[in-house]
Design a protein around this ligand. Sequence first.
Ligand code: ADE
Length: 224
Amino acid sequence: MRIDIISCQPGLLEGFFAHSIMKRAAENGSAEVVIHDLRDYGLGKNRQIDDYAFGGGAGMVMMIEPLSKIIRNLTAERQYDEIIYMTPDGERLNQKAVNTLSLRTNLMIICGHYKGIDERVRQLFVTREISIGDYVLSGGEIAAAALADAVIRLIPGVLNDETSALTDSFQDNLLAPPVYTRPAVFEDKAVPEVLLSGNEKLINEWRLAKSVERTEERRPDLLQ
Ligand code: ADE
């Protein structure tokens, strides 16, 4: 998979993809993340990328020319399965959407800033608009990193067995059960007996029951 991310703050993203599981995914060829600095496509000697909103009001709007130039450059090189704009008014991201996106070959992600991007960019180029939650970030970079991370970790070969995605929360509309490691007793808190029993069937039954209990308690909407 290849993910192109368009940002006017590329430094926010570079560190993120240079570590841990995202770094491993790049090194073993599972996912190539290419970060583009929108400023390189800015207008004039100031490399302008934003301007005042028509109609007035506070906040700048990201201009259509720099964005259309880079999007057209990229789409001339390869076909994109989705051109995604990270925005709080997009569809709310969930595991189902992440699973689907992890099967794609080429994704492009646009990070907004200020008051957002010129509406015509959305009309002309964007195929999907995604929010990571009902709150407003100061830019789309953290949202893009969250999306790319969630997608890339599902690509076969990125996670090892110990961190397998199959038992994640949400994979079967259930939250994950509680987990424990050594010591078996900490102060007066002991690990549930069954987990020490070595009986795989009982352990699986316990985990499923705990998953259901936790989901009923915390996220009953997932069970509907
Ligand atoms: N940009 C700003 N806030 C956002 C959010 N909640 N989701 C996606 N992109 C955003």
